[in-house]
Design a protein around this ligand. Structure first.
Ligand code: AMP
Ligand code: MG
Length: 326
């Protein structure tokens, strides 16, 4: 019998298995939220510590009241859902007891989002149960933005990898905690803080690395890392002066936008043609994944400006480079 990939994924998920699925942000490793055994497999396959909670994926706003409290909030979560769902905004709410402790690492709070990728949505429509899903990569390694990245990283540990093409957004969701008096960003992501504040009409506390692990479990200083040494450079000019007249061949140089000179060198790369941060974000993990497999000794990468999506790009780059900082 020939079964389409959506039905196959649903069947595996319903029988307590895990599948890798495309989302608009990065590829996810999904398990039914209702199966503790399946969720445990997700942690095992990734090598992820049980203290690092998972994001729960739902079809739309109407699903959330079954799993989280929305009636005692100071902000208008419905307005957020209307503005950003389906899409890369994760909202942290007080959980209901139906959400198993393993999903939230024992916290009283659950992180919820509605993914936009049509394949993921078809699966949610068919299975009618939320899916807990972190990124489909070995814990600590670069996030996967293609099915091939998932195959490279997790390969035969996952029974089904659904290929939905390259991820359109390329960086993870923004995580917003709305349970306190002032909403605050726990992880910078695809949606800039100012867009969220604009919808809510209130001040939103920006992400700060010093908020610490208690507030944002799993937000490690070192994360998303390549194996190849990664060094960050403040500006395009700094990168150009590093390259000089005879760039060493075993070093890769990555600009945010296509440079006007030196483009003939084989080891010079750029993340976008014109410097648009959405294009940079889309290509960021893809570029690092590719360069990490290309045998370079060192990758030098230009940082973005600290505004809008540039904050998210720099957050990922800084964590990726953290293990190489002496
Ligand atoms: P990812 O590997 O992209 O799935 O990252 C999931 C991240 O979401 C975790 O590492 C946490 O930082 C955050 N997160 C998930 N659930 C919660 C929660 N209940 N409260 C606060 N942060 C959460
Ligand atoms: Mg991850």
């Amino acid at each position: 019998m020939v079964m389409n990939v959506v039905s196959l994924a649903v069947k595996i998920l319903q029988s307590g298995g895990v599948v890798a699925l495309p989302t608009e942000t990065v590829y996810g490793l999904a398990a039914s939220m209702r199966s503790e055994t399946a969720v445990r497999k997700v942690f095992q396959i990734k090598g992820r510590p049980l203290l690092d909670p998972l994001i729960v994926h739902m079809l739309d706003y109407t699903w959330i009241s079954e799993y989280a409290h929305t009636d005692d909030l100071k902000v208008d979560v419905k307005a957020l859902a209307d503005a950003f769902w389906p899409g890369p905004l994760t909202i942290v709410l007080r959980k209901k007891s139906i959400v198993p402790a393993i999903v939230t690492a024992g916290l009283d709070f659950v992180a919820i989002r509605c993914p936009a990728h049509e394949i993921f949505r078809k699966i949610l429509r068919a299975i009618r149960v939320p899916l807990a899903a972190p990124s489909a990569n070995p814990f600590g390694y670069l996030s996967p933005t293609t099915a091939q990245h998932v195959r490279d990283g997790l390969g035969d540990r996952v029974p089904l990898i659904v290929d939905g093409g390259p991820c359109n957004v390329g960086v993870e969701s923004t995580i917003l905690d709305v349970t306190a008096d002032v909403p605050r960003i726990l992880r910078p992501g695809a949606i800039p803080t100012s867009d969220i504040a604009g919808v809510l009409g209130v001040t939103v506390m920006d992400y700060s690395p010093s908020t610490g692990p208690a507030a944002a479990p799993g937000q490690l200083k070192q994360h998303y890392s390549p194996n190849t040494r990664l060094i960050l450079v403040e500006s395009a000019e700094d990168l150009s002066s590093l390259i000089g007249s005879a760039p060493p061949e075993d070093v890769a140089f990555v600009y945010l936008k296509r440079p006007t000179e030196q483009v003939h060198e084989r080891n010079i790369f750029w993340l976008s043609d014109g410097g648009d941060y959405r294009a940079v974000a889309r290509g960021l993990f893809e570029m690092l994944q590719t360069l990490d497999k290309s045998g370079y000794n060192t990758i030098y990468c230009q940082k973005a400006g600290q505004d809008g999506l540039g904050i998210t790009i720099n957050d990922r780059l800084t964590r990726a480079a953290a293990k190489f900082v002496p």
